[in-house]
Write a protein that binds this ligand. Structure first.
Ligand SMILES: CC(C)(COP(=O)(O)OP(=O)(O)OC[C@H]1O[C@@H](n2cnc3c(N)ncnc32)[C@H](O)[C@@H]1OP(=O)(O)O)[C@@H](O)C(=O)NCCC(=O)NCCS
Length: 229
């Protein structure tokens, strides 16, 4: 393939059909028309939360073609914010050329610009080995597995939770050793609370499969996401 120049921009309303076709090609999960209609307006369907969208496109045959996109949003609770990557993909003809890596790095940079944000996280179906390799190669770590997270054509599938801790969160967690003085641990713990929600925090300390209660907390967090499917 000849060299090509990639342009980056937010989604716009005129992208709707192209974005929808790409999602249907990339993902087994079917999203409603209203999901795409809201996404191209940079909103989450149902909740109207702001989405941070990004499009990678190239000039091809006298027109611009979308070759990659993520649609992350920020998830807030009473004390903290994290970035949740709702979908991410690159066009089959342009894979292994660093497009998805660049898009993900731009999401991370956006998350870093958010002072109260401590992590970027996402769910990936357990048999998507390529995506798992991709996230691992971008320093995401697996926090655990959730049973029956996706329903596709009537069958249930497990997912892994992958997260990338922003440097500000990593510094705090690396200081959180059992030998640190109690007062220091208490202070660090309250700092962690302000960086990411309890569900992710508890997984981070114990990266084994989350308990039923943790799974329920995580499920509650992503209810809006699943409802969009
Ligand atoms: C997963 C996906 C987004 C990767 O996109 P991409 O543009 O090819 O990724 P990049 O070129 O940025 O790859 C970055 C690194 O990820 C890893 N990687 C990507 N594709 C891989 C593959 N097929 N096999 C093994 N490792 C892979 C490699 O380490 C790669 O670096 P390298 O090419 O220098 O070895 C793409 O395959 C895709 O869109 N798949 C369908 C949609 C999907 O599954 N999305 C994720 C759902 S959560």
């Amino acid at each position: 393939m000849a060299a090509f120049e990639v342009h980056f921009r937010p989604m716009r309303v005129s992208d709707l059909e192209e974005v929808r076709a790409l999602h249907e090609e990339w993902f087994p999960v079917r999203y409603s028309y209203s999901f795409y209609d809201a996404a191209v307006r940079e909103r989450m369907v149902g909740t109207n939360e702001p989405l941070f969208t990004l499009i990678a496109e190239v000039d091809e045959d006298d027109r611009r073609r979308i070759i990659g996109l993520p649609a992350p949003l920020f998830v807030e609770n009473e004390t903290s914010r994290v970035m949740y990557v709702l979908t991410l993909g690159s066009h089959a003809r342009y894979r292994r050329r660093g497009i998805a890596r660049e898009l993900l790095q731009r999401c991370i940079a956006r998350a870093e610009a958010e002072p109260a944000c401590g992590a970027v996280y996402l769910h990936v179906i357990t048999h998507n080995d390529v995506a798992i390799q991709f996230y691992k190669s971008n320093d995401f770590e697996c926090l655990g597995e959730i049973s029956d997270y996706y329903r596709i054509d009537g069958s249930l599938y497990n997912c892994f939770i992958y997260a990338y801790y922003l440097p500000r969160a990593k510094i705090v967690t690396s200081m959180m050793t059992s030998t640190a003085p109690r007062a220091t641990r208490r202070l660090l713990s309250s700092t962690l609370s302000s960086l990411f929600p309890a569900a992710l925090r508890s997984c981070f300390r114990s990266p084994a499969v989350p308990s039923k209660q943790q799974q329920q907390q995580q499920q509650q967090q992503i209810t809006a996401t699943s409802e969009a499917a």
